[in-house]
Write a protein that binds this ligand. Structure first.
Ligand SMILES: NC(=O)c1ccc[n+]([C@@H]2O[C@H](COP(=O)([O-])OP(=O)(O)OC[C@H]3O[C@@H](n4cnc5c(N)ncnc54)[C@H](OP(=O)(O)O)[C@@H]3O)[C@@H](O)[C@H]2O)c1
Length: 280
């Protein structure tokens, strides 16, 4: 990688993504983050530029719950930048109720899995052209609870927020492992990670639904977003992992995934379904 790295981070406007942008901006690289709200995008850009002294922090508008918006964002990115060294698929949701994306797809599945699937595939030619390059997928330890329910991928028959979220995070790891195999000759690595249990808006939204005593105990176990961003930053820039691909990390260490994340048949089947859903 050159010193003029260009790094794209989804969901840079809050939580782990914001701290990832900030940490990477401190290295002097050009950081482009996605925002879905102009004001949040502008505020974050200004604040991070001030906090790090790096004026090469930019943002692009992108609603990850909309395939057309993802496609527009990629076109805009390609117009503005000639290379992409690192893509960090960070943005995610834990949707408290069953909601559908603009494309009519269950929200957790759409934002946490189909969005990174589409964004990554659209940016792959640029990542290959910019090799050696990296893809970092922010998953979760919740993937361990996840099962790919091929009979009801979008929870149309019954919705459980944890099951829907866990399925989407397992799907992201299946994607990571399959993509790593596809890219084995391209000098483009792809790894997934669990950031830990972090005190961000996503977590607090969920904590507010818990019984107050459980919520009180739970709050005390949370780590900061700065700490939560460490493994993303490590996978994005550390020379330790330059040649590692298809792995899952926690605390900057390779960690075992659930056996379901190694199911190649599920990975292939899901890939084909996703390809059709996003119309690749
Ligand atoms: N927090 C944890 O304990 C934890 C644990 C394991 C994994 N994770 C994963 O870590 C990642 C970051 O989560 P976080 O905890 O930092 O959450 P967060 O503070 O809620 O931040 C989520 C980010 O994603 C963006 N986003 C959400 N929906 C979007 C959409 N439809 N289009 C575009 N952007 C969207 C948000 O934008 P806005 O600012 O506009 O809302 C925000 O920038 C997620 O993938 C999450 O699943 C978190």
């Amino acid at each position: 990688m050159t010193n003029q790295k260009i790094i794209l981070v989804t969901g840079g406007t809050s939580g782990i993504g914001r701290e990832t942008v900030k940490g990477l901006a401190s290295t002097g690289a050009t950081i482009v983050f996605t925002a879905r709200d102009i004001k949040k995008g502008e505020d974050t850009k200004r604040e991070i530029r001030n906090e790090t002294g790096n004026n090469s922090v930019e943002y692009l508008m992108c609603d990850l719950a909309s395939f057309p918006s993802i496609r527009e964002c990629v076109e805009e990115f390609k117009k503005r930048y000639q290379r992409l060294d690192v893509l960090i698929n960070n943005a995610g949701v834990l949707s408290q109720e069953r909601q559908e994306s603009i494309d009519g797809i269950e929200f957790n599945f759409a934002v946490n899995y189909l969005a990174p699937f589409l964004l990554t595939n659209l940016l792959l030619p640029l990542l290959k052209q910019s090799a050696p390059s990296r893809i970092v997928n922010v998953s979760s330890s919740m993937h361990i609870e996840g099962k790919i329910n091929f009979e009801d991928l979008e929870s149309k028959k019954s919705f459980d927020k944890y099951k829907a979220y866990a399925q989407s995070k397992l799907a992201l790891i299946l994607f990571t492992k399959k993509l790593a195999k596809e890219l084995s000759n391209d000098e483009v690595t792809v790894n997934a990670l669990n950031p830990g249990v972090v005190g961000t808006e996503m977590t607090m939204q969920n904590v507010r639904t818990l019984n107050p005593i459980v919520a009180f105990i739970y709050r005390r176990t949370l780590i900061t977003a700065t700490k939560g961003a460490e493994t993303s930053i490590y996978l994005a820039i550390s020379s330790d992992v330059a040649n590692i691909s298809g792995k899952y990390f926690e605390n900057k260490k390779i960690t075992k995934t659930s056996p379901r994340a190694d199911d190649e048949e599920s990975a292939n089947k899901l890939w084909n379904i996703a390809t059709e859903m996003v119309e690749l």
